[in-house]
Design a protein around this ligand. Sequence first.
Ligand code: NAG
Ligand code: NAG
Ligand code: NAG
Length: 352
Amino acid sequence: MRPVVIAACLLLLAPITDSWWASGSAVILDPRMICKKNRRARGRLAQICRNETGLLKEISRGVTLGATECAHQFRNRRWNCTTQRRSMRKILIRDTRETGFVNAITAAGVTYAITRACTAGSLLECSCEKGTPKPRRGRGSSVTVPPPTVPSDRWQWGGCSDNVRFGLKKSREFMDSRYRKRSDIKTMIKLHNHNAGRLVIKNNMRVECKCHGLSGSCTLRTCWLRMPTFRQIGDKLRDKFEGAVKVISSNDGDSFMPESPTIKRPGKKDIIYSEESPDFCSPNLKTGSLGTYGRQCNISSAGTDSCDQLCCRRGYKHTTVKETENCNCQFKWCCEVICETCNVRRDIQTCL
Ligand SMILES: *[C@@H]1O[C@H](CO)[C@@H](O)[C@H](O)[C@H]1NC(C)=O
Ligand SMILES: *[C@@H]1O[C@H](CO)[C@@H](O)[C@H](O)[C@H]1NC(C)=O
Ligand SMILES: *[C@@H]1O[C@H](CO)[C@@H](O)[C@H](O)[C@H]1NC(C)=O
């Protein structure tokens, strides 16, 4: 049950109405906006828009899930996947590695939310997979089996497996179908990154088991397939962001290749991009950079949140802030913890 609980917490932290992507302006990833813009379209996208309100709601949730995870993964960096709409719009019309990450994690979020809803039984169109999961089609993909430490006569498939196929399909229909007829490099990159995001889920399904038998003796287990947690998906995509590959259009015009011949061709799971990122040091309306003035940095860190890096060597100032915290806590028989409230001073550093 853990992934569900974690994901539910993420959702609580980010109410749908507060999400920049899911709000009313002409943001590319607002599901309702996509439907409005494609009113006259036919095909699967139009069908989802007209007829599948439950699905649309899950798509919105998925977009928010992706957005929240993006902000978490980038909280310590100059570009922090900000919730500011105008900035995000600029990020999304470019083609930098940040664009690639946002597209990948959004596609993953949509797949995740739909799949979770299927398992929870809250969508009419789908349900979880009972019994033995069907092997997936396609090269190199097979259902992972439970740990080989358990003899095969001691476990069996059962329960309710996450049926990721439906989520993958709907995510493709909703996010990709309107680009099918285009083959410019930006579109190819976008579709590639959507797919990279979905693959993280598809390739990281894991097996969960429950023990049966007298007082948990575990003489028999039933096992089912679960998606990874969304945090795990975010972590993996963040690795892909770090190793993202810059590509250029090939001579034939309908594929891409690495910019430099010494780099290996990006695989399906890699995030790709075609434009260099700005340094995100100062505000720039054109790139969507908000700058790092006023951001809190960490003087004891050597990473991206160090004052040197986060403040772009402009320097930083010290401030002492007063905070209250629980202190002198005592355990009172039985069963209460009683604390006092203390004032503490904390030094923080913010970028100039
Ligand atoms: C709408 O959905 C219902 C139930 O899923 C289906 O029977 C019907 O054909 C759909 N209508 C359209 C126009 O897609
Ligand atoms: C993200 O960066 C923006 C711009 O520098 C800043 O206003 C905002 O507070 C940051 N968000 C977080 C959660 O640090
Ligand atoms: C600052 O960085 C250090 C070293 O990476 C870390 O242990 C500490 O938790 C960070 N402090 C804050 C407030 O993030």
